[in-house]
Design a protein around this ligand. Structure first.
Ligand code: NOJ
Ligand code: CA
Length: 665
């Protein structure tokens, strides 16, 4: 009572002290819990956010500094323009959840300058039950036509230092471990940027619909405060624009549980609906490939005595895929240009001509005859000029055989030798490639991508992305391969931005050419990752020889890549994760549980199963003697009958896992 009585008085005192007017320009979430307010404070527009009456973001900056101006745009007014709301459910072409509810309240607030040549910018805010997104819109106007943004002044002022999980801006292609530090100890971080705000409270800052703009990064700016830093052009400008135009959405998930954090659809809801009319050729699936053995240096990408992509070798993979219901085969090193230093000589790449020992026509026809898709590798070393000069010929050629998949590569920190890989230039080049691919009915697995922001809703042929410290690091990394805890972190940072082409599937843990490096998991954890780590295309990365005669391979064959619904049932970021998903095309459920370097026993209630139904649980567990360092291959299989009333106890080895398929009886 006392607390409630004093709150309004305190508020007025704070407002008076800080010179801020109490504005009524606010919008609340459909359930009324989250309140987003825009006001003028000390002569500048700010936003603040509360949840259930508790402040989450204190006055946080908004606005821009434009080229040729010393100070930010001088907005003196923030006025409500319009309100709107929506409650709709839409269907994904593919995804973690088939149906997505898009339920928000919206307000648009106009920020206006005064004086000689005043300009205005609108802020469009959408508040959902699990967070919000806002974006700036530059309407057509007399005093703002062509312009350049030198700084976007958006900040996120939490007012207190909290523990965060984040990726270093300085590590190329987002191939970093999740760092766990106080916000104040961050240098410059990527988003998604995840904050553990206390018991049952998680926040994640990200952006949605990065189109014709620069990626947003975050840097600390005072106690508990982060500010946006856009990736610049080589000339220092952040964004070239011309009104009317809009920025990406700045989003904050505000979740009461780890499951709610992972389930948020704010990013997808803030992207445009699918623009492709016919999506029948876009199919999630699994692929094997001439890839892992290249990284382990058994074979080479380039032509020579150890060349991997030979006709014979590829046909063995196609046969294996056809026999085991694996939908596609990736081949790297099939095309001319891998000789010498290809990162420097990227113009040597041909995307239509194969090496002499790779019979392109024969392989394409053979795969087609077996109903197997080829994932055609297009490493263009971030040289989009060169790639775009061949793109139509290449895509026309691939699609003439009825092939629908490519894997792109952008290895080179600078795109076209000049621009950062997630600045406005790169964002636009990447979009051009995805749009061109769609014209030829080609799906893209993009490696070295720009951080996903949900464009795959609009272009679902953009099926998956790397942008993660993936399994290739387990082949050759001098420091020994990815740390056991890595995969328990990925779903809650990078994973919040969309599918991850991590490429697990190791059954043979030996690595004779690089004995200092290894896959730091058990085999059962490899299986469980197919459920824990989401991707619409999933690789079974080992050489088919490694899967021969292995019961555990059945799980990889069975596990879908497209889901009716998904739930993180329990997790502690960096320690363990338990995820359950229901197949989109059957009534079967799948469960994956993984742990970090610590062995642990996890118990899970099976209440996600349909009440009253009986299921056969096909359980793949770590063997009693399994541990990731000395005995990763030890895995056991058992079956038991279960219902939604039961609980399942899972004993996980060090960096171990448990994978379960629940077949409805
Ligand atoms: C890096 C990619 O992530 C990897 O999958 C690929 O094999 C190499 N580049 C070569 O393109
Ligand atoms: Ca840990």
């Amino acid at each position: 009572m006392k607390h409630r009585f004093f709150t309004p008085i305190l508020l007025v005192m704070i407002l008076l002290a800080s010179g801020c007017k109490d504005s009524k320009t606010a919008v609340t979430s459909p359930d009324g819990e989250i309140r987003f307010e825009i006001s003028m404070c000390n002569g500048a527009p700010v936003y603040s956010v509360s949840k259930a009456g508790e402040q989450v973001l204190d006055n946080s900056a908004m606005g821009f500094t434009l080229k040729g101006e010393d100070s930010p745009m001088a907005f003196v007014k923030a006025e409500l323009v319009s309100r709107d709301s929506k409650d709709e459910t839409w269907e994904q072409v593919w995804g973690e959840d088939r149906f997505v509810r898009n339920n928000y309240n919206e307000m648009t607030v106009r920020l206006s300058e005064e004086g000689g040549n005043p300009r205005h910018v609108d802020v469009v805010v959408r508040v959902f039950d699990d967070g919000f997104g806002f974006r700036y819109s530059f309407p057509e106007q007399e005093n703002l036509k062509e312009f350049a943004i030198m700084e976007e002044n958006t900040s996120f002022n939490f007012g207190k230092d909290m523990k965060a999980w984040w990726l270093h801006r300085s590590v190329p292609y987002y191939e970093d471990y999740g760092n766990n530090t106080l916000m104040s100890q961050v240098d410059t971080a990527h988003t998604p940027f995840t904050i553990e705000a206390g018991e049952n409270r998680y926040y994640a800052i990200h952006e949605a619909n990065l189109t014709d703009y620069a990626k947003m990064n975050l840097t600390p700016d005072g106690e508990g405060k982060l500010r946006a830093v856009l990736t610049p052009w080589s000339d220092g400008t952040k964004v070239y624009a011309s009104a009317p135009c809009v920025t990406p959405w700045r989003t904050l998930i505000m979740a009461d549980s780890i499951g709610e954090l992972a389930a948020s659809k704010i990013m997808l809801n803030l992207n445009e609906p699918c623009v492709l009319e016919d999506v029948s050729w876009i199919r999630p699936g699994k692929y094997i490939g001439i890839w892992w053995t290249l990284h382990k240096d058994f074979y080479t990408w380039y032509y020579g005595p150890r060349h991997g992509a030979t006709t014979e070798h590829t046909m063995r993979y196609i046969d294996f895929a056809a026999e085991n219901g694996i939908s596609a085969v990736l081949v790297e090193g099939w095309n001319k240009g891998w000789d010498g230093n290809w990162m420097k000589n990227s113009t040597g790449f041909s995307f239509t001509e194969a090496y002499p020992d790779y019979d392109f026509d024969k392989i394409m026809k053979y795969a087609a005859s077996k109903g197997v898709q080829m994932v055609i590798h297009n490493e263009y070393a971030a040289d989009t000029e060169h790639y775009l000069s061949q793109i139509h010929d290449a895509y026309k050629l691939y699609s003439s055989y009825g092939m629908h998949y490519i894997k792109t590569g952008n290895v080179n920190v600078l795109m076209d030798g000049k621009e950062q890989h997630d600045g406005q230039y790169a964002v636009n080049r990447r979009r051009q490639i995805v749009e061109t691919a769609a014209q030829y009915q080609i799906c893209v697995d993009e490696h070295e991508p720009a951080m996903p922001t949900g464009i795959h809703r609009t272009y679902p042929n953009l099926m998956t992305y790397e942008g993660i410290r993936g399994q290739e690091h387990d082949a050759w990394e001098p420091e020994g391969g990815n740390k056991p805890e890595h995969m328990t972190v990925c779903p809650f940072i990078r994973g919040l931005s969309g599918p991850m082409d991590y490429t697990f599937g190791t059954f043979d843990f030996s690595n004779p050419n690089y004995p200092f490096c290894r896959v730091n998991t058990t085999l059962a954890k490899q299986l469980a990752q197919y459920v824990v780590i989401y991707s619409s295309l999933q690789m079974a990365s080992d050489d088919p020889y490694a899967y021969q005669g292995q019961k555990a391979f059945d799980f990889i064959k069975d596990v879908p890549c497209d889901w009716h619904e998904s739930h993180v049932l329990d997790a502690v970021i960096g320690d363990y994760v338990i995820t359950a998903r229901r197949d989109r095309n059957s009534e079967d459920w799948y469960l994956g549980a993984i742990t970090d370097e610590n062995a642990r026993t996890l118990t899970v209630r099976l209440s996600f199963l349909e009440p009253g139904a009986e299921y056969t649980a096909q359980v793949y567990r770590d063997g009693e003697d399994a541990n990731y360092e000395n005995n990763p291959e030890s895995v056991t299989y058992s079956e038991q009958s279960v219902t939604s009333e039961d609980t399942l106890e899972m004993k996980l080895a060090t960096s171990g896992g448990c994978a379960v398929r629940f077949v409805k009886k």
